[in-house]
Design a protein around this ligand. Structure first.
Ligand code: EPZ
Length: 433
């Protein structure tokens, strides 16, 4: 299992480009199941989660060719319609093939995602939405089997909110299924994330008729078939936020290029509250470094509010703030795995009932820590870059799921970070994502 060795306290300089969005690419690649035509997907990041999604699509009969940042796909004539547990357990987001499969083939069998380190990953809202379109859903042996009625799926008015509010992938699954259903579907309490808008825009480029994406009410007028997709995904707003936080915590005037600041307003507002100024252009952000920053309070909520995926990384910045900050996690109340590891570095964090209280300290000290999930790993990298001395982060396969060659890219802007390969096979990926 690979580890990262980080020598903290280095000032960064220059600019770092943001990759394509993992959370956009995963559901958008699944639309290759919805057309018999050859598709082309651009700005695809080279990540383990994308590799897993490609394997799932191959299992489902999609031929793929991956060259650089482009994945080309074509449906084979013969295929099966089961997304297997051994792949879906590696990446919960594999469930996003459910809606496209049901829409295209009238039936789908997908492994239940189960839980993962950031919390339970239920799919009750996905199933509720597909049932509303007329699908017959059965759960057996850890798999969901969905079957469309003889006459095909029918449009419906669907309330898709759950106890944590809207659901990104449930919105995606229902939107895809409704795109080829008969009649009109309205999704109320739809997820408003930019990645949902990207998927809707991609489907519309294929001939779908979707309006309202990005708002809580999405309307989908079903069409008979979809043309080829030729689509490049949006920049990764969470990776961009991670780099902004790396610049802030190391007091470095770096520029993050190729990003969409308009997708990051809640994150930028938290930095403003903390007294950190970020110069903003249409597709880039430049940190104006501060010696010290102020504590603040953050609550994670569905977009456009503060994203849960940037919460752990922000906690790292808060650990060195002046004063006491709080983070209230309203999406995944258990998602504080990074806290225990940061405390090994001298952070003062207490976690209870879905809230973290972070008492700012003057410095962090390097230590041996362990990555536990994708975003917690990124938080440990940021903390290590700011800490005094050396930090050794084990199990970095977690970070490879969502950040492309992060150590190489951070080194290019001055970070002292190297990957130490143990040469041992990596553990089966813990679930998440
Ligand atoms: C997406 O997961 C993201 N993954 C997650 O990013 C992100 O944390 C999450 O949205 C929230 O923003 C991808 O887009 C691939 P949800 P998703 O359904 O769609 C509950 C990362 O780090 N819920 O929006 O699976 C659920 O338990 C990953 O890149 C139900 O109760 O998340 C959670 O509390 C991690 N029933 C809340 O809703 C359901 O049927 C939001 O989950 C579905 C979800």
């Amino acid at each position: 299992m690979d580890t990262f060795l980080i020598k903290g306290g280095q000032r960064l300089s220059g600019s770092i480009a943001v990759s394509g969005s993992k959370n956009s690419a995963l559901p958008i690649l699944a639309v290759s199941l919805m057309t018999g035509e050859a598709c082309r997907f651009g700005n695809i990041p080279t990540l383990r989660d994308i590799q897993t999604q490609v394997k799932i699509l191959n299992t489902l009969g999609v031929e793929t060719q991956w060259t650089g940042r482009v994945i080309s796909t074509l449906m084979r004539d013969t295929y099966n319609s089961t997304a297997p547990y051994e792949l879906v357990k590696q990446m919960r987001a594999g469930v996003c093939v459910l809606g496209p499969l049901l829409a295209a083939r009238g039936e789908a069998t997908v492994s239940l995602p189960g839980g993962c380190v950031i919390g339970e990953r239920p799919i009750d809202l996905h199933l509720k939405g597909l049932e509303a379109l007329g699908a017959e859903i059965t759960l057996e042996h850890g798999y969901v089997h969905a079957k469309a009625p003889k006459g095909g799926l029918k449009g419906a008015e669907i309330y898709l909110g759950g106890k944590f509010g809207s659901s990104v992938l449930a919105t995606d699954n229902v939107m895809c299924a409704a795109a080829l259903a008969k009649g009109t579907t309205t999704i109320e309490c739809a997820a408003c994330e930019p990645e949902v808008v990207d998927l809707a825009d991609c489907l519309n480029s294929m001939g779908a008729k979707i309006t309202g994406a990005g708002s809580p009410r999405i309307t989908i007028q079903g069409v008979r078939k979809l043309k080829a997709a030729n689509w490049s995904v949006i920049p990764d707003r969470i990776e961009a936020a991670t780099f902004v936080l790396a610049g802030a915590i190391t007091r470095s005037p770096i520029t993050i290029t190729g990003c969409r600041p308009s997708h990051m307003l809640a994150m930028l507002d938290v930095l403003r509250q903390m007294g950190i100024h970020v110069e903003r252009k249409a597709t880039s952000l430049t940190i104006v470094p501060e010696q010290r920053w102020k504590a603040t309070e953050v609550v994670t909520l569905p977009h456009p509010a503060f994203p849960t995926d940037a919460q752990a990384q922000t906690m790292a910045l808060m650990s060195l703030a002046e004063g006491t900050s709080t983070i209230t996690e309203r999406i995944y109340p258990e998602r504080f795995m990074a806290a225990a590891e940061m405390k090994r570095m001298g952070a003062k964090i207490s976690v209870a009932n879905g809230q973290a209280i972070i008492q700012g300290v003057e410095k962090l000290s390097g230590a041996e820590v362990m990555a536990s999930d994708l975003r917690a790993s990124a938080a440990l990298v940021i903390a290590g870059m700011a800490a005094q001395g050396e930090t050794l982060i084990s199990r970095v396969y977690h970070i490879d799921r969502g950040y492309e060659r992060i150590e190489e890219r951070l080194r290019k802007i001055g970070a002292k970070i190297t990957r130490v390969s143990s040469g041992q096979p990596e553990q089966a990926l813990a679930a998440g994502g």
